[in-house]
Write a protein that binds this ligand. Structure first.
Ligand code: IFM
Length: 446
């Protein structure tokens, strides 16, 4: 193999508190292959058929063919302590309601056993974005009934595999589901409507509450939700830019964490969305704020925000930043992870256990001489893990870190073009090639 540049040193396991858990994360639609095993269509399949919706005009029909290759994939995941994965609602209930697809239940049964056989802790997410298309057609997350259907699904799958899960998260990144899917329109279902976004922002949290109640009733332990946070910076000192940053922060960062910890929505977001929320939304807030056992934090970048008075509410735009960027065009800002963790402790959760449930970067990786020299990704992990250590030193209760992602996968609107994996996937041959980051993380955390 050719000589490779030496990446920044990764922290060693011994620098973390005893019992700190390292893992990798994936999600169902991004890796499994929706066309296998009797899964029903999802709103991502419908969205992917729209011209221009997905950068390379692909969808999740095959993805990483993990449905058939899960055993080998889990062998790779077994280099770490834990594996975060999600279940695919439309694989369990192809119509989003009613009887289960036995093949789907059997698949997750086998998968759960295979995770445990490799001495990996299974950390499950119930909803990582693949809404069954039948439910999308009755309004999706705009429809209050979807929250109750999600509760049914949660109960159905947990009755089958709940006994083997270390932890369960209800929803992954509700901000992306609601805002990017219903206001910005670049994720399924591809709407661009403030009213649709407001309803989805409330109903996805109601779905979280429904699932949480059903799981508590089943006696399921270690329950949480996974929220994405971005560091926020106004592009200038002007009042207008600061106000725009405050609105963005309220929509993307504060809405969900404030709801689940304080049973309220933040005023700068309510100012624009309040009139579009479902009637009597206040009556749901106590349920939405039911106590959790842990909070998952996904962190990737910072948003630089400028006022855009010519645009409809929230009247802002995201501006390019001066820092080095990943292939997504996202600024690499490890200090932002420390900022987010300190703020959560100070303003929202005190000592509630936190897990970093996603952190990672896409780069233009190439297989050369049988390996992938992804030193930029190694440096990314090194920088962010240092900030986790710093936050722990500053008293934040962080107990786990999951790298996003185990495998290159279907990166939503970017199709298969953006590679976040520790393991390279050739989407033609389905060959897996562990990257330098995989080898170095494994050594550092041995
Ligand atoms: O791939 C996604 C994942 O599904 C949710 N969090 C962000 C990742 C990178 O964009």
């Amino acid at each position: 193999m050719s000589a490779r540049p030496r990446p920044a040193a990764l922290p060693r396991r011994a620098e973390f508190p005893d019992g700190f858990v390292f893992g990798t994360a994936t999600s169902a639609y991004q890796i499994e292959g929706q066309s296998f095993g009797g899964a029903g269509p999802t709103h991502w399949d419908a969205f992917a058929r729209r011209a221009g919706a997905i950068a390379d005009a692909t969808d999740g029909a095959i993805a990483c063919d993990h449905y058939h290759r899960y055993a080998r994939d889990l062998d790779l995941a077994a280099a770490f302590d834990a594996y975060r994965f999600s279940v695919n609602w439309a694989r369990i209930q192809p119509e989003g309601r009613g009887a289960a697809n036995p093949e789907g239940l059997d698949f997750y049964d086998r998968l759960s056993d295979a995770i445990l056989q490799r001495d990996l802790q299974p950390h499950l997410t119930l909803y990582h974005w693949e809404l069954p298309q039948a439910l999308a057609e009755t309004g999706g997350w705009q429809n209050r009934d979807t929250a109750a259907r999600f509760g049914d699904f949660a109960e159905m799958i947990m009755r089958r595999i709940g006994d083997r899960m270390t932890s369960v998260a209800t929803v992954n990144e509700p901000a992306c589901v609601a805002w990017i899917g219903h206001f910005e329109g670049s994720h399924a279902p591809g709407l661009q409507s403030r009213a649709a976004a407001a309803r989805a922002m409330h109903h996805i949290l109601l779905g979280h509450a429904e699932a949480l109640e059903r799981l508590r009733a089943l006696g399921q332990r270690d329950l949480g939700i996974v929220l994405n946070f971005e560091a926020i910076a106004a592009v200038s000192d002007s009042d207008a830019d600061h106000d725009a940053a405050t609105r963005r922060d309220a929509i993307m960062n504060r809405w969900y964490v404030e709801a689940i910890t304080k049973a309220r929505y933040p005023a700068p977001a309510l100012a624009g969305l309040g009139g579009d929320l479902p009637e009597r939304w206040q009556d749901d807030m106590a349920r939405i704020a039911a106590p959790l056992d842990w909070l998952g934090v996904n962190y990737y970048t910072r948003a630089r925000v400028a006022a855009a008075p010519d645009q409809p509410w929230p009247g802002l735009r995201l501006a390019d930043g001066p820092l080095a960027k990943t292939a997504m065009g996202w600024e690499i800002y490890p200090e932002g992870l420390h900022e987010v963790l300190m703020r959560l402790k100070r303003d929202y959760i005190a000592d509630l256990p936190l897990r970093i449930t996603e952190n990672g970067a896409a780069f233009d990786d190439r297989v050369q001489d049988g390996g992938v020299a992804d030193s930029a990704r190694c440096a990314f992990f090194a920088g962010h893990l240092r900030q986790v250590l710093r936050a722990i030193g500053d008293g934040v209760n962080v107990g786990a870190y999951f790298a996003w992602s185990l495998l290159d996968n279907f990166e939503w609107a970017f199709g298969h073009e953006k590679r976040f994996g520790l393991v390279h996937v050739d989407f033609t041959s389905q060959k897996r090639t562990p990257k330098q980051s995989y080898h170095l993380l494994r050594q550092a955390l041995a």
